[in-house]
Each structure stands twice: as structure tokens, then as C-alpha cells.
Design a protein around this ligand. Structure first.
Ligand code: 6PG
Length: 242
């Protein structure tokens, strides 16, 4: 298995552990380099973590003005659309923290997907250098073993040197913008947070099954120099040997 597995009891413990890891990564990055560059996960799992981070006592443990927020992926919708990953973070974290959003860099899902991917690639190169290395990339994992917007059967849409890609998901009949495995694996720390019984089969295959990343794209997570942690609850870990 690539990376470290941490199993916690339930969804409450999952959110708490994810929040603590966020704070630790932020403190480390700000202490060493004066800023914390984090790419947020999409989907619904991060909501419970945000609910803890935006309130005392955790709120005070992060120097929020020194955090730059990026995104791991985005749906091709307006930022105020219910499906927008930026919209979820804005509503559940940025707004409650009363952030000016000067340090929030969203993928512009409202644009043409190819243009939006190119624009975001230019942005992260401008902000983080030609080989961007995020301090932390938060990811979720779908029941089909996708992560970010790297879905089964879509990896052939990504060129090897791309840092950001636009993906068309035939099953969902939707376009997405996503960081590529190249960018994700360049991160100092990758944290995959997955909870619930519906993730158990995919997680077991991703972590212990045969290597078939086109079917299970989360198997592409393999940091070059950084760390990879799979933070899961007992229900999601059910398919793993005790
Ligand atoms: C997205 C995500 C996606 C998500 C997983 C898990 O835009 O949907 O980036 O990769 O993290 O599908 O989603 P849940 O947290 O809702 O289970």
C-alpha cells in the first residue's frame, strides 16, 4: 500500500482528525515558509471539517490571513451553483471566517472548460512556480475510486505534462476541471478523507487490489517527495484486513 492509513471510529472522528491535520499542515507551512498553500477537496465530506475549523477553539489555531486557498477540482457551473466546490467552501468556510477572499483562487467553472483549465494552470505556475508544490492537497474519493475529477475511463484525456486538465465525464454527462496526478503528486502532503460504507469496496481495491488506475484513479496517488495519508472511518475501512 502506498501511503499511511489512519482509521478512526466514525464521521465525527473523521472530521476532527481532518481538521487537526489541516491545522498541523498550516502551522508547519506558515512557520517554515510564511504561507500555507492548500488545495481543497470537492464533494460533501469537507463540510464537517469546515464546521469545526470555522468555530472556536480550532478557528484561533490557524493564521487565516496566511492561508492561500486553491481547489483540487471544480464542476463546470457558476460559482453560486449548488454543485460548485468553490460555492460549498465559500458558504461553509470563507464566509463564516469573514475572509476577504483575496487569497482564494477558484477554478472558473463558468468558463469554457479547456480555457478554465489553461487559466488555472497559468495561475498556479504564477503563484507557486513552474513546478507547483502545494503544502497540502485535500482529496475525497468516490465509491468508484475516483479522486478529484480523475474518473475511471477518463485518464486518456490528460497529457503527461499538464498541471490542470478539463475532463469530460460521459457517465455524468458533465465537464470538470481538475488538478492532474502530476500536480497532486508534487504536493508536500496529500490527505485523502473518505468515510462511509459506500466507499469500502473502492478503498479496498485502491489500497490492496491489483494496480488498475484507469479503473481506480485514486491508485495514481503516489507523492514524489511528500506524504500520502488515507484518513478513513471504520465503515469505509470494512473491506481492509483487520
Ligand atoms: C468532486 C470531488 C470528488 C469528491 C468525491 C467524494 O468534485 O465531487 O472532488 O472527488 O471528493 O466524489 O465526494 P463526497 O465527499 O461527497 O463523498
Amino acid at each position: 500500500m502506498i501511503g499511511k492509513l489512519e482509521v478512526v471510529a466514525d464521521d465525527t472522528a473523521l472530521a476532527q482528525a481532518a481538521a487537526e491535520r489541516f491545522i498541523a499542515a498550516a502551522s508547519g507551512a506558515i512557520g517554515e515558509r510564511g504561507r500555507f498553500n492548500v488545495a481543497l477537496a470537492g464533494g460533501s465530506t469537507p463540510k464537517a471539517m469546515y464546521a469545526l475549523l470555522r468555530e472556536s477553539p480550532l478557528r484561533e489555531r490557524v493564521d487565516w490571513e496566511k492561508v492561500s486557498f486553491y481547489f483540487g477540482d471544480e464542476r463546470c457551473v457558476m460559482p453560486d451553483h449548488p454543485d460548485s466546490n468553490y460555492g460549498m467552501a465559500h458558504q461553509n468556510l470563507f464566509e463564516p471566517l469573514e475572509l476577504t477572499e483575496e487569497w482564494v483562487y477558484r477554478m472558473r467553472g463558468e468558463m469554457d472548460p479547456v480555457d478554465a483549465a489553461g487559466e488555472y494552470e497559468d495561475l498556479i505556475k504564477k503563484m507557486l512556480g513552474p513546478s507547483p508544490a502545494f503544502d497540502l492537497i485535500l482529496l475525497g474519493m468516490g465509491p468508484d475510486g475516483h479522486t478529484a475529477s480523475l474518473f475511471p475511463g477518463t485518464l486518456d484525456q490528460i497529457q503527461g505534462d499538464w498541471l490542470v486538465a478539463s475532463i469530460y465525464n460521459q457517465k455524468l454527462n458533465s465537464h470538470r476541471i481538475t488538478l492532474t496526478p502530476r500536480t497532486i503528486n508534487a504536493a508536500r502532503s496529500i490527505l485523502v478523507v473518505a468515510g462511509g460504507a459506500n466507499k469500502a469496496e473502492a478503498l479496498a481495491h485502491v489500497l490492496t487490489g491489483p494496480r488498475e488506475p484507469d479503473l481506480y484513479p485514486a491508485q495514481l496517488l503516489h507523492p514524489e517527495h511528500g506524504t500520502l495519508t488515507w484518513l478513513v472511518d471504520r465503515a469505509a475501512a470494512k473491506g481492509l484486513a483487520e
